[in-house]
Ligand binder design. Structure first.
Ligand code: BTN
Length: 237
């Protein structure tokens, strides 16, 4: 049973979730904060996240396990699975994961995930472009939406429930850990693998996912593990 908190407007569902956890108020294990409109959405690496009411899905899930960084990849797997079901057979092949947790369709970004850890839980903030047919100029070349992919409109709350179910299911199944089995499922979906990637002023070929969820990259004969920061992939936004 999901405990769904629906808000008309909020600065950021992740910030709201953080305050809720801090307040000490007892929470149901499957709590979702869903907002129709977000006014100060936050992205990874300190970036802003823009969304428009009715065109995007903004929600945060509170996953009640001691936070470990690998959960980021586990959640990406859950969101990917939900989107595959939503897209159906005709479009599901286009969906991949860009390490660590962007969901892409073709070479453009469809969904971003911001994971924040607290002592008690992980907050999984999920933003999906649903019904947008155009984007602000600075992201127009790299963003896409479910509508642009499938031609169909989506109802944000319905998508929220479907995605939350898959994410809670996969995190429960793995007790919040990035298991060997999860890595086996993640790896073939990862758009970085076998491609040239750039990170921290270096470049190499991504060769796999390490046990802790970092990206293994072969650079000039040595293997490096990239665990945070921006990794760009040739041919993808
Ligand atoms: C990224 O790709 O940089 C991550 C974007 C995450 C956006 C979502 S929208 C719901 C939740 N609340 C936020 O402030 N951010 C996340």
């Amino acid at each position: 049973m999901i405990n769904l908190i629906c808000l008309e407007q909020v600065d950021s569902t992740n910030t709201y979730a953080k305050a809720l956890l801090k307040s000490g108020e007892p929470l149901c294990p499957y709590t979702v904060i869903y907002a129709k409109e977000q006014t100060a959405g936050r992205g990874r690496l300190g970036r802003e996240w823009h969304s428009k009411e009715g065109q995007s899905l903004c929600m945060s899930l509170i996953v009640p396990y001691h936070h470990k960084p690998g959960i980021t990849l586990l959640c990406a797997l859950g969101v990917h699975k939900a989107l595959e079901k939503i897209c159906g057979e005709t479009h599901r092949e286009k969906l991949r994961i860009k390490w660590p947790n962007d969901i892409i369709a073709g070479s453009k970004k469809l969904c971003g995930i911001l994971v924040e850890g607290t002592e008690k839980a992980s907050i999984i903030g999920i933003g999906i472009n649903l019904n947008s047919i155009d984007f602000p100029q600075d992201i127009a070349h790299k963003a896409t939406s479910l509508k642009l992919m499938t031609g169909k409109d989506s109802e944000p709350l319905e998508i929220a429930k479907a995605v939350a179910e898959e994410v809670f299911s996969i995190t429960d199944m793995n007790q919040g850990n990035l298991t060997e089995d999860a890595i086996k499922k993640y790896s073939p979906l990862c758009a970085n693998i076998s491609r040239e990637v750039h990170f921290g002023g270096k470049k190499g070929i991504a060769v796999g996912i390490a046990e802790d969820g970092s990206l293994a990259v072969m650079t000039d004969g040595s293997l490096e593990k990239v665990s945070f920061g921006e990794v760009t992939v040739s041919g993808i936004y």
